[in-house]
Design a protein around this ligand. Structure first.
Ligand SMILES: CSC[C@H]1O[C@H](OP(=O)(O)O)[C@H](O)[C@@H]1O
Length: 369
């Protein structure tokens, strides 16, 4: 997507430096900073510290981390160590494990001398595939928005609500939940997006920044406003991303998604999830009981980051001293609350049959890596 007229991906390989460059999202939307990753420790910190975030982007970053490891020392031992270090960065988004397994599976059979070049090519492929997957998700999501638009009174926009940031900055490009929004806007459809701020890291500010940069009408709302808006007929469709979706359609996503799905069901609002196939965990059926939920630092809840009057970026403490803090970063929406899954191969029910119908080869093997 473009930033001030310049096309960007969320990460890119800098040939001259032979290093990965990322947009350091910790400073958005207040400041646009680019960071160059040069050591495995920097790759790990970039993921753990959410310099890069979003399931597909985490996976792509990890693939470049494996390419770095293969260049420094292509031995099995070093690749295994890199795999373990990167896999330990964040526990919930399955794209991390998917990318690492795919890299290790591709490199193991090769002689060591061939591994560095192969690993870099594979990282590039994973990044490019993500862009194409998300573009296709956008095409399928656009058809849903068109169907809703056709039933709306003339002059009334299609009103979407989204939670967190499943935007181009959470992927290599296009985003997952935002790809249908971009493509609907570019196709001339009138849309308005309710953007959940998404406490505590306020990734909604990233979504608002993205949509504003693309000229898409939107409103930044508190996380607790969504149910009220749905109750008053102000939402035509909810669409979110996902960090891990089980083989039967249970959806793990940013904390608060489950509550939006409950409100959507109670108000008969369709609830869609944009789902790239690398985000499907074919080994898990019961999302609530089997998906590990990341517990992040309490400081993310007790302190809020923002732009200070002098333009500097700072944090303000918002909880009383001595209060305990909880910070589960994700929750699981049971498949029964999901209207449909928008994948790169089309839209399906949130069910084992639905996903197996679109991805028979993965459903059979259980191993998409
Ligand atoms: C397109 S995946 C985006 C997904 O990842 C986010 O989590 P985080 O910001 O903690 O990396 C969030 O759950 C989004 O829906």
């Amino acid at each position: 997507m473009k930033v001030n007229g310049t096309p960007y991906r969320s990460l890119w390989w800098e040939e001259n430096a032979q290093a990965l460059q990322i947009i350091d999202q910790r400073w958005l939307p207040y400041d646009f900073r680019i960071e160059q990753l040069e050591t495995l420790a920097e790759y790990c910190e970039a993921i753990t510290g959410m310099h890069v975030r979003g399931a597909p982007l985490i996976g792509a970053t990890a693939a470049y981390g494996m390419a770095l490891a293969a260049r420094l020392d292509p031995s099995d031992g070093n690749l295994d160590a890199a795999w373990a270090a990167l896999n330990a960065t964040r526990p919930t988004a399955i794209n991390l494990r998917w990318a690492l397994d795919r890299c290790r599976k591709a490199l193991r059979p090769l002689v060591e001398a061939d591994r560095a070049a192969a690993a870099l090519r594979l990282a590039h492929d994973i990044a490019d595939e993500d862009v194409e997957i998300n573009r296709r998700i956008g095409q399928h999501g656009l058809e849903i928005i068109k169907e809703i638009a056709a039933k709306k009174p003339a002059g009334e926009p299609v009103r979407l609500l989204t939670h967190c940031n499943a935007g181009w900055i959470a992927t290599v490009d296009w985003g997952t939940a935002t790809s249908p929004m971009y493509q609907a806007h570019d196709a001339g459809l009138d849309i308005h997006v309710w953007v959940d701020e998404t406490r505590p890291r306020n990734q909604g500010a990233l979504t608002a920044w993205e949509l504003g940069s693309h000229g898409i009408s939107h409103s930044y709302i508190t996380d607790n406003a969504g149910g009220h808006l749905m109750q008053h007929g102000q939402v035509d469709m909810v669409i979110t991303g996902t960090d891990r979706t089980t083989r039967n359609g249970d959806v793990c996503n940013k904390i608060g998604t489950y509550l939006k799905a409950l409100a959507a069901r109670d108000n008969n609002v369709p609830f869609y999830v944009a789902l790239p196939s690398p985000t499907i965990d074919w080994t898990v059926s019961d999302g609530v009981r089997e998906i590990p939920i990341e517990e992040r630092a309490g400081r993310e809840v007790s302190h809020v980051q923002g732009a200070l009057p002098d333009g500097m970026i700072g944090t303000v403490e918002v909880t009383p001293k001595g209060s305990g803090v909880g910070n589960p970063a994700f929750d699981v929406t049971p498949s029964r609350l999901v209207t449909g899954l928008i994948t790169e191969r089309g839209v399906c029910d949130a069910s084992a049959e639905g996903l197996a119908g679109l991805f028979p080869e993965f459903a059979a093997s259980g191993d998409p890596a």
